[in-house]
Design a protein around this ligand. Structure first.
Ligand code: EPU
Length: 424
C-alpha cells in the first residue's frame, strides 16, 4: 500500500510538460484491435489504465512493446476474443473493446466494466447500439456474449445522451461495418476527435467528429499508419496542475497542453483571481494572495465545463473568499471528495447534484484517502495549499490517470513524496 505525503504551503515555480491524455489513449489502444499490423503510438502516458489496456491487448494475442511514452501494438494475429472479468474490472474503458472486437472477429465475450464509483454507470447505450448493428448479445449472470454472425451493418444511431464511451464504441464497430453509420447527438470531446484522427490515419472513412453528427462509411480493413500516431495532451491533467498552483500559489508554465481544450476551465481560474496567459500551446499561471469565489459551475458535456475538472476546481475554491455553487449534471455521485475536503477544514454542503462551497481561510493537513481518480487529485491540490502535512492513501486511483504525479510536482518545488505503508 502506498501513500502520498504532502507538506503544504510551498508555492510552486517552474514548468510542467503535459502528459498524453488518458481518455484518448485508451480508445486508441482498443482501436489497434482493428488494425492488422504494427501500430506505433507516441505520447502515451505512463499510467496504470494504459498498462491495463496493454494487458487486455496481450491477452487477446497482440504483441505489445513499450518504451517510456512510446508503444507498439501488433494485432496481426489475435488468438482470443474473450476478456476475463479481472481485466474488464480494472477500468471503464475496457467496454470499448466490445465494438473493436465485434468489428475485427465478429464475436467477443466480456463482462461489465469497472472504473471509478461515480454512481450508476450503465452500458445500455453501448449494448443497444451493437444490437442495432446486427450483434446478438446475451447477458447471463454478468457474462456478456456477443456475436455478429452476418457481420456488423451500418445504421443510424440517435443517442439519448452524448455518451463519450458509447460514441467511441459505435465508431469502432462502424469503421469496418457494411455500409454507412450515422451517430446523431454524438459526444464532441477532443478525445473523440483523437480517435477519429487515428482511425482516419488507418484508412477509415469518418467525418463530422467534434460535431454532434458523425458519419462513417465502412471500409474492408484498417492498416496501421506509416508514422507513429501522437496522442493528444491531457486537458484534465493540465487543469489539475493549474489547480495545484491555484492552491499553493506561485508561478507555473504548463507546456504542450492544447489550451483550446480548456476554454471552459481557464475563465473560472481567472474569475478566482489567478492570472493566466495562453502562449501557443502553453498556459502560464500566476497566483498570489487569497482567491475569490466563482460563479456557479455547472458540469456539461464538451465544450461545457468538464465533470472531470469539478473536484479539481473545488479544491482551490475551498479557501476562496465567498461561496461557490457546483451543479454536477453528468454523474449521480461525484462529490465523494467533499467529505475528505471537509475533514481538511473545508465548508461544503453537498446534496444530490448540488454542492455549496463556502471558502474558509485555511485548510489543514490530515490523514485521508482518495475516493476516486479526480477526487484523489483534488486532495493533492488541496494538500499543497493546506497548513501542515497531509497523508493520502488509496493512491492507486490517482495512478490510473496521472503520470508520476509526485515527481511532476516535486520538480516544481512541491514537498511531496510517495511512501510505502506497512500492512497492518
Ligand atoms: N450513460 C448511460 N448509459 C450508457 C452510457 C452512459 O446512462 O450506456 C450515462 C452515464 O451513466 C453518465 C453519462 O451517461 O451519467 C455520461 O457517461 P459517458 O458514457 O459519457 O462517460 P464514460 O464514457 O463512461 C468518459 C470518461 C470519464 C468522463 C466521462 C464524461 C473515459 C475512459 N472516461 O466516461 O472520465 O468523466 O466520459 O466526460 O473516457 C475520468 O477520467 O476520471 C473519467 C471518469
Amino acid at each position: 500500500m502506498q501513500k502520498l505525503v504532502i507538506e503544504g504551503g510551498t508555492p510552486l515555480f517552474g514548468e510542467i510538460i503535459t502528459q498524453g491524455a488518458k481518455n484518448a489513449v485508451l480508445p486508441v489502444l482498443a482501436a489497434c484491435v482493428l488494425c492488422e499490423g504494427k501500430v506505433m503510438l507516441r505520447n502515451c502516458p505512463c499510467i496504470s489504465d494504459r498498462y491495463a489496456s496493454a494487458r487486455i491487448l496481450s491477452a487477446l494475442g497482440a504483441k505489445v512493446t513499450a518504451e517510456g511514452n512510446s508503444l507498439a501494438a501488433d494485432c496481426s494475429d489475435l488468438s482470443s476474443d474473450d476478456i476475463s472479468s479481472s481485466l474488464m474490472k480494472t477500468m471503464r474503458s475496457s467496454i470499448i473493446f466490445m465494438g473493436a472486437l465485434l468489428g475485427r472477429t465478429g464475436k467477443c465475450t466480456l463482462c461489465y466494466p469497472g472504473g471509478c464509483n461515480l454512481g450508476p454507470r450503465p452500458i445500455d447505450m453501448h449494448i443497444s447500439a451493437m444490437r442495432k448493428m446486427g450483434a446478438v448479445i446475451s447477458d447471463e449472470y454478468g457474462v456478456i456474449s456477443c456475436t455478429a454472425p452476418e457481420g456488423l451493418k451500418g445504421c443510424r444511431h440517435s443517442l439519448s445522451f452524448p455518451s463519450v464511451g458509447a460514441t467511441e464504441n459505435i465508431m469502432l464497430a462502424a469503421v469496418t461495418a457494411e455500409g454507412e453509420t450515422v451517430i446523431s447527438n454524438a459526444a464532441r470531446e477532443p478525445e473523440i476527435c483523437c480517435l477519429g484522427d487515428f482511425l482516419r490515419a488507418c484508412g477509415a472513412k469518418i467525418s463530422g467528429d467534434g460535431g454532434g453528427r458523425i458519419a462513417i462509411e465502412g471500409v474492408k480493413k484498417l492498416t496501421p499508419p506509416p508514422e507513429p500516431f501522437e496522442i493528444i495532451p491531457d486537458r484534465i491533467a493540465a487543469a489539475t496542475y493549474i489547480s495545484c498552483a491555484a492552491c499553493a500559489g506561485g508561478e507555473l508554465l504548463i507546456r504542450d497542453c492544447a489550451p483550446a481544450h480548456l476554454e471552459a476551465v481557464i475563465p473560472v481560474f481567472e474569475q478566482m483571481g489567478c492570472r493566466l496567459r495562453v502562449f501557443g500551446s502553453n498556459i502560464y499561471i500566476y497566483k498570489k494572495g487569497r482567491l475569490k469565489a466563482a460563479d456557479t459551475i455547472r458540469t456539461m458535456v464538451y465544450p461545457g465545463f468538464p465533470t472531470d475538472a469539478q473536484a479539481i476546481l473545488m479544491a482551490p475554491l475551498c479557501t476562496a473568499e465567498g461561496t461557490t455553487v457546483f451543479v454536477e449534471n453528468i454523474f449521480e455521485n461525484r462529490y465523494r471528495h467533499a467529505d475528505a475536503l471537509c475533514r481538511m477544514g473545508a465548508d461544503i454542503r453537498a446534496e444530490g447534484k448540488v454542492a455549496v462551497v463556502t471558502g474558509v481561510p485555511h485548510l489543514y493537513g490530515t490523514v485521508t484517502e482518495a475516493p476516486d481518480l479526480r477526487g484523489g487529485a483534488a486532495l493533492v491540490c488541496a494538500a499543497l495549499g493546506a497548513m501542515g502535512t497531509t497523508e493520502i492513501s488509496g493512491i492507486s486511483y490517482i495512478d490510473r490517470g496521472y503520470e508520476e504525479i509526485e515527481q511532476v510536482l516535486s520538480s516544481a518545488g512541491a514537498k511531496i513524496s510517495r511512501m510505502t505503508e506497512e500492512k497492518q
